[in-house]
Design a protein around this ligand. Structure first.
Ligand code: C5P
Length: 242
Protein backbone atom coordinates (compact mmCIF):
# COMPACT_ATOMS: atom_id res chain seq x y z
CA UNK A 1 0.00 0.00 0.00
CA UNK A 2 1.17 3.52 -0.77
CA UNK A 3 2.36 5.26 2.40
CA UNK A 4 2.47 9.02 3.05
CA UNK A 5 6.17 9.35 2.22
CA UNK A 6 5.57 7.70 -1.17
CA UNK A 7 3.69 10.85 -2.20
CA UNK A 8 6.79 12.98 -1.69
CA UNK A 9 9.15 13.61 -4.60
CA UNK A 10 12.22 15.50 -3.46
CA UNK A 11 13.92 17.46 -6.28
CA UNK A 12 17.70 17.26 -6.10
CA UNK A 13 18.07 20.89 -7.20
CA UNK A 14 21.73 21.08 -6.21
CA UNK A 15 24.90 21.85 -8.20
CA UNK A 16 26.95 18.69 -7.62
CA UNK A 17 26.75 14.90 -7.27
CA UNK A 18 28.21 15.30 -3.79
CA UNK A 19 25.40 17.60 -2.64
CA UNK A 20 22.87 15.25 -4.24
CA UNK A 21 24.27 12.23 -2.44
CA UNK A 22 24.13 14.11 0.86
CA UNK A 23 20.39 14.73 0.40
CA UNK A 24 19.75 11.19 -0.86
CA UNK A 25 21.42 9.81 2.26
CA UNK A 26 19.57 12.21 4.55
CA UNK A 27 16.12 11.73 3.02
CA UNK A 28 16.15 8.05 1.99
CA UNK A 29 13.17 6.52 3.74
CA UNK A 30 11.49 9.95 4.00
CA UNK A 31 10.75 10.57 0.31
CA UNK A 32 9.34 8.06 -2.18
CA UNK A 33 11.23 9.44 -5.14
CA UNK A 34 14.15 11.69 -5.99
CA UNK A 35 13.90 14.04 -8.92
CA UNK A 36 16.92 14.82 -11.07
CA UNK A 37 16.54 18.04 -13.02
CA UNK A 38 18.60 19.98 -15.51
CA UNK A 39 21.06 21.50 -13.04
CA UNK A 40 22.23 18.19 -11.59
CA UNK A 41 22.00 16.22 -14.84
CA UNK A 42 24.14 18.75 -16.70
CA UNK A 43 26.74 18.64 -13.95
CA UNK A 44 26.75 14.95 -13.03
CA UNK A 45 25.38 13.18 -16.14
CA UNK A 46 23.60 9.80 -16.31
CA UNK A 47 26.04 8.41 -13.73
CA UNK A 48 24.07 10.22 -11.02
CA UNK A 49 21.04 8.03 -11.80
CA UNK A 50 23.07 4.88 -11.10
CA UNK A 51 24.43 6.40 -7.89
CA UNK A 52 20.96 7.25 -6.58
CA UNK A 53 19.70 3.78 -7.48
CA UNK A 54 22.56 2.20 -5.54
CA UNK A 55 21.77 4.33 -2.47
CA UNK A 56 18.36 2.85 -1.71
CA UNK A 57 15.04 1.90 -3.20
CA UNK A 58 13.46 5.29 -3.86
CA UNK A 59 12.15 5.83 -7.39
CA UNK A 60 13.87 8.27 -9.75
CA UNK A 61 12.13 10.99 -11.74
CA UNK A 62 14.22 12.42 -14.57
CA UNK A 63 12.84 15.90 -15.11
CA UNK A 64 14.55 17.15 -18.27
CA UNK A 65 11.35 18.66 -19.74
CA UNK A 66 12.13 17.74 -23.33
CA UNK A 67 10.84 20.01 -26.10
CA UNK A 68 12.10 19.51 -29.66
CA UNK A 69 11.09 18.02 -32.99
CA UNK A 70 9.38 14.61 -32.62
CA UNK A 71 12.32 12.56 -33.98
CA UNK A 72 14.77 14.14 -31.52
CA UNK A 73 12.43 13.72 -28.57
CA UNK A 74 11.77 10.10 -29.48
CA UNK A 75 15.48 9.29 -29.65
CA UNK A 76 16.21 11.12 -26.39
CA UNK A 77 13.41 9.18 -24.70
CA UNK A 78 14.92 5.90 -25.95
CA UNK A 79 18.14 6.78 -24.13
CA UNK A 80 16.18 7.79 -21.01
CA UNK A 81 14.31 4.46 -21.05
CA UNK A 82 17.69 2.70 -20.90
CA UNK A 83 18.48 4.53 -17.64
CA UNK A 84 15.71 2.71 -15.80
CA UNK A 85 13.92 5.69 -14.21
CA UNK A 86 10.28 5.71 -13.13
CA UNK A 87 9.16 8.96 -14.79
CA UNK A 88 10.51 11.41 -17.37
CA UNK A 89 9.02 14.70 -18.53
CA UNK A 90 8.29 16.33 -21.87
CA UNK A 91 6.62 19.72 -22.37
CA UNK A 92 3.10 19.44 -23.75
CA UNK A 93 3.93 22.49 -25.89
CA UNK A 94 2.04 22.93 -29.11
CA UNK A 95 2.76 19.69 -30.93
CA UNK A 96 0.84 16.49 -30.08
CA UNK A 97 3.18 14.57 -32.41
CA UNK A 98 6.10 15.40 -30.09
CA UNK A 99 4.23 13.78 -27.20
CA UNK A 100 3.37 10.72 -29.28
CA UNK A 101 7.04 10.45 -30.25
CA UNK A 102 8.06 10.65 -26.58
CA UNK A 103 5.71 7.80 -25.70
CA UNK A 104 6.92 5.76 -28.68
CA UNK A 105 10.57 6.33 -27.70
CA UNK A 106 9.87 5.28 -24.11
CA UNK A 107 8.93 1.78 -25.37
CA UNK A 108 6.97 1.27 -22.16
CA UNK A 109 10.20 1.47 -20.15
CA UNK A 110 9.51 4.80 -18.45
CA UNK A 111 6.34 6.71 -17.55
CA UNK A 112 6.13 9.78 -19.78
CA UNK A 113 4.65 12.83 -18.05
CA UNK A 114 3.51 15.89 -20.00
CA UNK A 115 4.32 19.23 -18.36
CA UNK A 116 1.11 21.24 -18.85
CA UNK A 117 1.73 24.81 -17.60
CA UNK A 118 4.65 25.49 -15.26
CA UNK A 119 3.60 26.44 -11.75
CA UNK A 120 5.86 29.50 -12.03
CA UNK A 121 3.70 30.83 -14.91
CA UNK A 122 0.86 33.27 -14.17
CA UNK A 123 -2.15 34.32 -16.24
CA UNK A 124 -0.25 37.52 -17.06
CA UNK A 125 2.63 35.49 -18.47
CA UNK A 126 0.21 33.48 -20.61
CA UNK A 127 -1.28 36.75 -21.93
CA UNK A 128 2.20 38.10 -22.74
CA UNK A 129 2.98 34.88 -24.62
CA UNK A 130 0.07 35.66 -26.97
CA UNK A 131 -2.59 33.22 -25.82
CA UNK A 132 -6.28 34.08 -26.07
CA UNK A 133 -7.98 35.73 -23.07
CA UNK A 134 -9.92 32.54 -22.30
CA UNK A 135 -6.56 30.96 -21.34
CA UNK A 136 -4.78 33.95 -19.75
CA UNK A 137 -7.80 34.74 -17.57
CA UNK A 138 -8.02 31.08 -16.56
CA UNK A 139 -4.69 29.15 -16.81
CA UNK A 140 -6.50 26.00 -15.65
CA UNK A 141 -8.23 25.92 -19.03
CA UNK A 142 -4.86 25.68 -20.77
CA UNK A 143 -3.79 22.97 -18.32
CA UNK A 144 -6.91 20.92 -19.16
CA UNK A 145 -6.40 21.37 -22.89
CA UNK A 146 -2.78 20.24 -22.69
CA UNK A 147 -3.64 17.36 -20.34
CA UNK A 148 -6.15 16.12 -22.91
CA UNK A 149 -3.48 16.23 -25.61
CA UNK A 150 -1.07 14.34 -23.33
CA UNK A 151 -3.65 11.68 -22.48
CA UNK A 152 -4.58 11.23 -26.16
CA UNK A 153 -0.87 10.86 -27.02
CA UNK A 154 -0.59 7.98 -24.54
CA UNK A 155 1.31 9.73 -21.73
CA UNK A 156 1.21 8.08 -18.30
CA UNK A 157 0.14 11.38 -16.79
CA UNK A 158 0.88 15.06 -16.42
CA UNK A 159 2.52 17.66 -14.22
CA UNK A 160 0.12 20.39 -13.12
CA UNK A 161 -0.38 22.72 -10.16
CA UNK A 162 -2.39 21.65 -7.15
CA UNK A 163 -5.04 24.13 -8.25
CA UNK A 164 -5.97 21.94 -11.23
CA UNK A 165 -5.52 18.48 -9.81
CA UNK A 166 -9.15 18.09 -8.72
CA UNK A 167 -10.36 18.84 -12.23
CA UNK A 168 -7.76 16.48 -13.70
CA UNK A 169 -8.83 13.67 -11.37
CA UNK A 170 -12.55 14.19 -12.11
CA UNK A 171 -11.99 14.37 -15.83
CA UNK A 172 -9.40 11.64 -16.44
CA UNK A 173 -10.04 9.22 -13.57
CA UNK A 174 -7.57 7.44 -11.31
CA UNK A 175 -5.28 5.73 -13.82
CA UNK A 176 -3.84 9.01 -15.17
CA UNK A 177 -0.92 10.14 -12.99
CA UNK A 178 -1.04 13.70 -11.62
CA UNK A 179 2.21 15.14 -10.25
CA UNK A 180 1.99 18.53 -8.52
CA UNK A 181 4.91 20.87 -7.88
CA UNK A 182 4.37 24.32 -6.32
CA UNK A 183 3.62 22.76 -2.92
CA UNK A 184 3.94 25.05 0.06
CA UNK A 185 3.02 23.83 3.57
CA UNK A 186 1.00 26.42 5.47
CA UNK A 187 3.80 26.67 8.06
CA UNK A 188 6.42 27.43 5.41
CA UNK A 189 7.30 31.11 4.93
CA UNK A 190 7.15 31.29 1.17
CA UNK A 191 6.21 34.29 -0.89
CA UNK A 192 9.47 35.55 -2.26
CA UNK A 193 10.19 32.70 -4.67
CA UNK A 194 9.16 31.98 -8.26
CA UNK A 195 6.17 29.69 -7.67
CA UNK A 196 2.88 31.38 -8.50
CA UNK A 197 0.17 28.76 -8.30
CA UNK A 198 0.75 27.00 -4.98
CA UNK A 199 -1.15 24.50 -2.78
CA UNK A 200 -0.55 22.88 0.60
CA UNK A 201 0.41 19.18 0.75
CA UNK A 202 -2.87 18.23 2.45
CA UNK A 203 -4.95 20.11 -0.12
CA UNK A 204 -3.10 18.58 -3.08
CA UNK A 205 -3.59 15.02 -1.76
CA UNK A 206 -7.22 15.70 -0.83
CA UNK A 207 -7.81 16.85 -4.39
CA UNK A 208 -6.29 13.69 -5.86
CA UNK A 209 -2.60 14.35 -6.50
CA UNK A 210 -0.56 11.15 -6.87
CA UNK A 211 2.83 12.74 -6.17
CA UNK A 212 3.94 16.10 -4.73
CA UNK A 213 7.21 17.69 -5.79
CA UNK A 214 8.44 19.47 -2.66
CA UNK A 215 11.81 21.16 -2.86
CA UNK A 216 12.56 24.39 -1.03
CA UNK A 217 10.23 23.80 1.96
CA UNK A 218 12.37 20.72 2.73
CA UNK A 219 15.76 21.79 1.36
CA UNK A 220 15.79 25.22 3.03
CA UNK A 221 14.38 24.02 6.33
CA UNK A 222 16.72 24.12 9.34
CA UNK A 223 16.15 20.37 9.61
CA UNK A 224 15.19 18.94 6.18
CA UNK A 225 14.41 15.47 7.54
CA UNK A 226 12.07 16.92 10.19
CA UNK A 227 10.34 19.01 7.50
CA UNK A 228 9.82 15.88 5.34
CA UNK A 229 8.41 14.02 8.33
CA UNK A 230 6.05 16.89 9.15
CA UNK A 231 4.79 16.94 5.57
CA UNK A 232 4.32 13.15 5.57
CA UNK A 233 2.26 13.48 8.76
CA UNK A 234 0.04 16.03 7.05
CA UNK A 235 -0.42 13.66 4.12
CA UNK A 236 -1.05 10.71 6.43
CA UNK A 237 -3.89 12.63 8.12
CA UNK A 238 -5.57 12.94 4.72
CA UNK A 239 -5.06 9.40 3.41
CA UNK A 240 -6.16 7.85 6.72
CA UNK A 241 -9.64 9.21 5.99
CA UNK A 242 -9.81 8.31 2.31
O1 C5P B 1 9.29 23.23 -4.06
P1 C5P B 1 10.15 23.92 -5.08
O2 C5P B 1 9.48 25.15 -5.64
O3 C5P B 1 11.55 24.18 -4.63
O4 C5P B 1 10.24 22.85 -6.27
C1 C5P B 1 10.82 23.23 -7.46
C2 C5P B 1 10.95 22.01 -8.33
O5 C5P B 1 9.72 21.69 -8.99
C3 C5P B 1 11.98 22.26 -9.41
O6 C5P B 1 12.77 21.09 -9.50
C4 C5P B 1 11.17 22.48 -10.65
O7 C5P B 1 11.84 22.05 -11.79
C5 C5P B 1 9.95 21.62 -10.37
N1 C5P B 1 8.79 21.96 -11.19
C6 C5P B 1 8.05 23.10 -11.02
N2 C5P B 1 6.97 23.38 -11.81
C7 C5P B 1 6.60 22.54 -12.74
C8 C5P B 1 7.34 21.36 -12.93
C9 C5P B 1 8.43 21.11 -12.12
O8 C5P B 1 8.35 23.92 -10.16
N3 C5P B 1 5.50 22.78 -13.44
Amino acid sequence: MKSAKDYIIFPLDVPSARDAQRFVKLLSGYAGMFKVGLELFIEAGPEIIRQIRNSGNAGIFLDLKLHDIPATVSRAMERIADLGVTFATVHCGENPKMLEAAVEGSRGGVGVLGVTVLTSVSGGDIHTAGFRDEFSSNPSKLVMKRATIARDAGCAGIVCSGLEVKMIREHFGKGFVAVTPGIRPLWDKWGDDDQQRVTSPAQAVTDGSDYLVIGRPIRNAGDPKAAAIRIAEEIEAVIAHQ
